[in-house]
Design a protein around this ligand. Sequence first.
Ligand SMILES: C[S@@+](CC[C@H](N)C(=O)[O-])C[C@H]1O[C@@H](n2cnc3c(N)ncnc32)[C@H](O)[C@@H]1O
Length: 185
Amino acid sequence: MGVSPFLLLGLVFVAIAAVAYFVYASFVFGAGYQPTPRRSVATMLRFAELGERDTLYDLGAGTGAIVFRAARTYRARVVAVEVEPIRVLVLRLRRALGPFGDLVTVRWGDFFRLDFREATVVTAFLWPGAMRRLRPKLERELRPGARVVSHVHPVRAWIPEAYDRETDVYLYRFPPRPSGATDGS
Ligand SMILES: C[S@@+](CC[C@H](N)C(=O)[O-])C[C@H]1O[C@@H](n2cnc3c(N)ncnc32)[C@H](O)[C@@H]1O
């Protein structure tokens, strides 16, 4: 007896819905899911001049591409903020099972509701609307010398201190220089 085509169709539908949920549901908060490529993570952490005395906030930590590299390679303290619960579970498992988990704090929630004052480095791979909403909050809360490193999407109202074209990474240092461009925020 063969498998019913309706069952097959149902399974395909469920699989597509599950992938769509995992990748796109968090869009309403600021970005869908796409891990930062390894080479871009390397540029981001090098640009940030990350070290043991730093506290890095990864805004929308995904499954931890930036988080665990920052803790393992640079021994930085890392706060991983993520809104999507399955990714939070993955982050917590990696934290519990991998090395240097004691350096990592995983927070489940919306980073727009979090205070960034203790961050010396902020990393982001978010969609343009979220970068626009984020700028005034960063300007209110970050201290002089803090670095903001963004993959793909710039903060249009600031002039970057550095940009790596190959890996598409922007570096800003506080207080950033205004670019004069309006970003609508
Ligand atoms: C493009 S992924 C980047 C993931 C990770 N930073 C990396 O580099 O691999 C963006 C992540 O941000 C999360 N996200 C989007 N808006 C958020 C918000 N307001 N608060 C917390 N997480 C958010 C999404 O769920 C998604 O996992």
